[in-house]
Design a protein around this ligand. Structure first.
Ligand SMILES: Cc1ncc(COP(=O)(O)O)c(C=O)c1O
Length: 439
């Protein structure tokens, strides 16, 4: 006869386990300190102090859900929704993910068309294809953001959304684009990857359209290495984006309940932000006003000190007060003068660059998007291109948006740093003026 089972009142076989060290403890924190590149002596002092208190600490929980402590990701979402001025904000792991979650939340899929600008980082257009929809490329104008007139020409019965991109820290023409989207009852998705903290007529970018998508990757105004946010006024869109970003079921308000409304349950992906990114993003958001103020001040100082000769123009600003000011764009009269002025400014030490050169690939310009120009597909089903009849696909060609190529070919862009002092701005303006006087 065996021993009495615990379930029948016998002694438990397992009386105690552990305590085991938590999965993540001080070794991981010390690796993080390496990323911050403290001097060796500081690292040693910190490491000694940290190891001394190691027993007293539990170690972090880096998954936002199930977290027994206040979540940094949730705090970052709250801080960002306050900053942007929207009631709903979802943290994700990139703006690419944010764009897909936004389109999936809107129900965009096979056979739908989404209008994107000819000048934007490739991710804006690629995510449309990743949703099995067709990217329809529209010209930009002298704001280097979507030309509302060209967008109007490209709307068809299949158009489900316009993705407006606030390029280079500059707000797009939101009044015209919103009127267009409202008239045709289509969504206006704001890609604010390059313009966090910018505004248009007093409203923060990312709070004006149907849904806003932000990047917190390393190169952006605010960053957590990688990361992103989806902002909206619409609770249902937020719910669906949240579902898509978390395998579409795990953390609905009542996890295992039947759907409250059709469209709440579907198969999704995993775009969750980790607590590591959440902590860094939160610190960045707390500094956001200061960072944006730094860019704006430098932008205005440089712009106001420039003397443009005839034939040379600034980029048109859809709202000068809302500019973040990461870049200042100057249009030259022709391509030769653009190339010469860029080189001459660089020789003066000005952080100048050109945008378009027919010989140099640039993922921000539609003509280099081979994936779209040549309609490449990830699987034999041929999607997204096979989702519509061949004759109904846009006539993709590297010269389909000549106005965009003309503006980009004549642009000199001046990179701006939020830490520039008044003296930095004076010397940069002096360098630009010196060169422009010879144009
Ligand atoms: C306009 C624009 N949209 C989307 C993205 C994609 O952002 P992420 O790197 O966070 O996926 C970028 C990144 O460079 C961008 O510039």
């Amino acid at each position: 006869m065996g021993k009495q089972l615990a379930i029948e009142g016998g002694a438990k076989a397992v009386k105690q386990t552990g305590p085991y060290p938590t999965k993540i403890h001080v070794d991981e924190l010390l690796e993080l300190l390496d990323l911050w590149e403290f001097p060796a002596a500081t690292r040693k002092t910190l490491a000694t102090a940290i190891r001394k208190s190691a027993k007293a600490i539990k170690g972090p929980h880096l998954f936002r859900y199930y977290n027994p402590r206040p979540s940094k990701v949730e705090a970052a979402e709250k801080a960002f929704s306050n900053f942007i001025g929207v009631p709903y904000c979802l943290a994700v792991n990139s703006c690419t993910s944010a764009l897909i979650a936004a389109m999936r939340a809107l129900g965009i899929g096979m056979g739908d068309e989404v209008i994107v600008p000819a000048y934007t980082f490739f991710a804006t257009a690629a995510t449309v294809g990743a949703c099995n929809a067709i990217p329809v490329i529209a010209d930009v104008d002298d704001t280097l953001t979507l030309d509302p007139k060209d967008v109007a020409r490209r709307i068809t019965p299949r158009t489900k959304a316009i993705i407006v991109v606030h390029m280079l820290g500059l707000p797009a023409q939101m009044a015209e684009l919103k009127a267009l989207a409202d008239k045709h009852k289509i969504a206006l998705i704001e890609d604010v990857a390059q313009a966090a903290g910018g505004s248009y007529r007093g409203k923060m970018l990312g709070s004006i359209g149907t849904i806003g998508c932000f990047s917190f990757d390393y190169y952006k105004i605010l960053n957590s290495g990688e990361g992103g946010f989806v902002t909206t006024h619409d609770e249902w869109l937020h719910t669906r984006a949240q579902s898509w970003h978390d395998c579409a079921a795990c953390w609905r308000p009542n996890r295992f309940a039947s759907e409250r409304r059709e469209g709440e349950l579907f198969c999704g992906e995993n775009y969750r932000m980790s607590e590591l990114q959440g902590a860094v993003a939160l610190a960045q958001i707390r500094k956001a006003n200061m960072i944006v103020r730094g860019y704006r001040t430098a932008f205005r100082r440089i712009m106001n000190a420039l003397d443009l000769p005839s034939g040379v123009k600034f980029q048109r600003l859809a709202d000068p007060d809302g500019v973040v000011g990461t870049t200042l764009v100057i249009f030259m009269p022709n391509v030769e003068k653009t190339k010469w002025a860029t080189k001459a400014m660089q020789a003066e030490g000005v952080p100048a660059g050109g945008i378009y050169d027919a010989k140099i690939k640039n993922w921000h310009i539609y003509s280099y998007w081979d994936h779209i120009m040549e309609q490449k597909a990830v699987a034999p089903d041929g999607l997204p291109w096979s989702g519509v009849k061949k004759s109904e696909l846009p006539a993709y060609a590297p010269d389909m948006c000549p106005r965009t190529l003309d503006y980009l070919g004549r642009s000199v862009i001046i990179g701006i740093n939020s830490n520039y002092t008044a003296a930095d701005c004076r010397s940069i303006a002096e360098g630009i003026n010196k060169v422009l006087a010879k144009v």
